[in-house]
Design a binder for this molecule. Sequence first.
Ligand code: NAP
Length: 376
Amino acid sequence: MGSSSPTENINHNNQIQSKISEMKSKIKETESNTDLVENMINTISSKAKNDQNETKEKLNSIIKNTDTLIKSIHSLTPTTKKLNNDIEIPLIGLGTSRVKNVEEVVYHSIKDGVRLIDTALLYKNEEDIGKGIKRAIDDGIVKREELYIVDKLWIDDKRDPEKALREALKRLNLDYIDLYLDHWPCGNVHLKDKDYKTISIFELWPKMESLVDKGLTKSIGCSNYNVQSLLNLLSFCRIKPVVNQVEFHPYYYQKGLKDFCDKENIALMAYYTMARGNGARNYIKEHNGEMDIFKEKDIKHLAKEYDKTPGQIILNWHIHQGNIAIPSTSNLDRMKENLGALNFEMKDSDVEKLCKYGKKMKFCGCVRFFGYNIMA
Ligand SMILES: NC(=O)c1ccc[n+]([C@@H]2O[C@H](COP(=O)([O-])OP(=O)(O)OC[C@H]3O[C@@H](n4cnc5c(N)ncnc54)[C@H](OP(=O)(O)O)[C@@H]3O)[C@@H](O)[C@H]2O)c1
């Protein structure tokens, strides 16, 4: 191989130089493009961040507004109703028959917002209920006047309701109750004292009225009265009953009695509220799940539609028609669930769906006490 001439060498160098400058300019170009891309990425990501923050802020404000809206809807939903003596009564209370650990249940229910508690001599729990109430008052959760305590005159005590109520007040450790109900419209047919059996409403009611006069109870009412018993009472009473507490649920829809009570401005307090009281539970067990209201297609369908539990659907059904509901439970989560029945409103047409069973089944057996069906 021969050696290159100086001219050839110069040319070659020039070519290399030109290639180098071409590459340098390409590198510069790439560098500036990279800057550009980097800038673009920065701009995009800061915009995305801004957008994200803005979206977050918007979402937070929507959540806050929804919260305020829900709170104001709840505050508009009535939780009490006025009785015929102008005293307000909570729409949902705690029934206590067969409630286990009742002192704790009462204390925590009050803590969770329950204000009405229903008891009776028959339930043998007045002392424990009194302890739960006292604890709640002592802990500053509630004042006595914010509670609504219901007790009942048992069939053996009709001769002397004042003595019976004074003893009940001692057991409850209270100065007064809010409502005293005549538990059943009859005496105890099993007693030997024939006169006692036949004690009439004309003899009893003036004694009940005197309990209001003496401040031992704020109101008086009836329980298990049918239209005829109420008519007798209304024909002469000086103080009208404020409440009639009766079995009432979708399987025992006492429309006639309800219409009468509405007309006379007597509030209907529904027991066996969810058709799940003792008699109902026994029936369901003995008949392999038959007459279990929670299994009804309509209840299941409505629970899905309103995103509520079957219990809340039944309780809302009561409230919709102006009833006072006193479901019992030993389970505090269920108590909260039951109070949740106040926070929505079913359509009239849906309420109607649960009225269609009529008087399909009465679970509470009066025969057990009286030897015959006094509601017949
Ligand atoms: N005046 C009268 O002659 C008379 C007669 C009977 C009753 N009452 C009164 O009425 C109250 C209510 O009647 P009741 O207790 O017999 O019948 P109820 O309220 O229809 O049924 C109570 C039963 O339902 C269950 N329960 C409560 N909430 C529930 C929910 N959200 N979901 C599913 N199950 C639920 C409870 O079980 P868990 O405890 O397991 O939750 C309890 O065993 C009585 O406590 C009593 O104060 C009065």
